[in-house]
Design a binder for this molecule. Structure first.
Ligand code: CU
Length: 210
């Protein structure tokens, strides 16, 4: 098995690791793709050096932890989310978004959709549903730990899924509100299904920052 670790190795640049303690494990073997990233949430700063940011430290405290994994094989994708250090016994919404996290809660843009809704914002249950999007709602336990897994029968288009956003409440499913979950309270930039080319582009951006 040939392991193409180019993008992962570039993302492991020491400066990037030092910025927020990001841990990146990544392999890409033919049609398989696997990535696991972990970080601690920080407040957004001007340069956005951290990839995990909290916009509401009451709901997602500074230094609480997040791990996201993606495993893709054939036409299937499994995304896992784990958090710790959040408010105990509380339900949060969470989804894969198209944009990277930024200084503002809406920086991560709309949800990633396999079939794109021609209307935006997308609140039509025919498009805004957990089969066409990646929903990762979770309820924390008594210690503030939570996890969720999404199984989808498709692969991310390379470079179009860039973050996991955590929202203040459970995701709604009704007509006109489907996919909404209140404010984005935290966000983690994740390199979902990143091609070698996209990995090089990210490395280029990192080399400019550092
Ligand atoms: Cu969302």
């Amino acid at each position: 098995m040939a392991v193409l670790a180019t993008a992962g190795a570039l993302l492991l640049a020491p400066a990037a690791v030092a910025a927020d303690g990001d841990k990146v494990t990544k392999t890409s073997v033919d049609q398989e793709y696997s990535v696991t990233v972990a970080a601690q949430f920080t407040r957004p700063d001007g340069a956005m050096l951290s990839r995990a940011v909290t916009y509401d430290p009451k709901l997602v405290p500074v230094n609480s932890r997040v791990t996201v994994s993606e495993r893709a094989n054939g036409k299937r994708t499994r995304v896992g989310l784990r958090v710790s250090g959040l408010v105990a016994n509380r339900t949060y919404g969470a989804h894969v978004h198209t944009g990277v996290c930024g200084a503002r809660p809406d920086s991560s843009g709309p949800h990633y959709q396999h079939r794109k809704d021609p209307r935006s914002p997308s609140v039509d249950p025919a498009y805004a549903n957990p089969k066409n999007e990646v929903w990762l709602d979770f309820t924390t336990d008594g210690r503030g730990e939570g996890s969720a897994v999404s199984h989808n029968a498709w692969r991310f288009r390379s470079g179009e899924a860039r973050s996991v956003a955590i929202h203040e409440r459970r995701t709604a499913t009704g007509a006109g509100v489907a996919g909404t979950a209140g404010r984005v309270v935290a966000c983690y930039s994740v390199p979902f299904n990143m091609s070698k080319e996209a990995g090089k582009a990210v490395a280029g951006v990192l080399s400019k920052i550092f």
